[in-house]
Design a protein around this ligand. Structure first.
Ligand SMILES: [Zn+2]
Length: 192
């Protein structure tokens, strides 16, 4: 995921290269950050530096995205490698989605793997069996019996255990004796 800091940095590069006023870069940060959020800092910066070297007129964010996608394509074509995933799917292309649903008076927790929206995710065979993660999340949220939907994010690709497990299963784990390695921690908290 691109950071705001990098978004501001690349806008600064463009602003200086195309003789815009610094205020232009400040005003553009929000829009560009949203537009570039799917890409990485490195990709965005590389694309902008390349654009500044080759392009005569001020690029818009679409031109930057085009350059990033062009770079991804040629990287894949040159080495013939699989595209790498992003932080949100732990580089695998598979995004974790967990659905908590009320069914016949009982809570049901189902864990899914869906296609991430990054290059690796798009390479997965999206179709009847592999769903884009955003579609899956939307479908779960639209279900009137849904209690909660959790999914991997760029900062936390794995849905935490207390959201991934059924509350009953979680309670059983928490009730069972802790492993020896947790002894020191238990001792500390036990004293309080
Ligand atoms: Zn991904």
């Amino acid at each position: 995921m691109v950071s705001r800091a990098t978004t501001r940095l690349i806008l600064g590069i463009i602003q200086r290269n195309y003789n815009k006023v610094p205020a232009w870069a400040d005003e553009s940060v929000d829009d560009w950050f949203q537009a570039l959020i799917k890409y990485t800092d490195i990709e965005a910066e590389k694309a902008v530096r390349q654009i500044c070297r080759t392009r005569k007129t001020l690029p818009n964010v679409a031109a930057v995205i085009e350059a990033i996608q062009g770079a991804r394509k040629s990287a894949g074509a040159v080495v013939g490698s699989e595209p790498t995933g992003c932080a949100a799917c732990g580089l695998t292309g598979w995004r974790e989605v967990v659905h908590h649903l009320h069914s016949r008076g009982k809570l049901q927790v189902t864990e899914y793997l869906a296609a991430c929206d990054c290059a690796a995710g798009m390479r997965l065979n999206v179709g009847p069996t592999v769903e884009p993660w955003e579609d899956l999340v939307k479908r779960c949220r639209d279900d009137p019996f849904t209690v909660a939907v959790y999914h991997g994010t760029h900062t936390e690709p794995h849905v935490p255990r207390d959201q991934r497990l059924h509350p009953d299963a979680l309670a059983r784990i928490q009730a069972s004796p802790r492993p020896a390695s947790a002894g020191a921690w238990q001792h500390l908290t036990g004293a309080g």
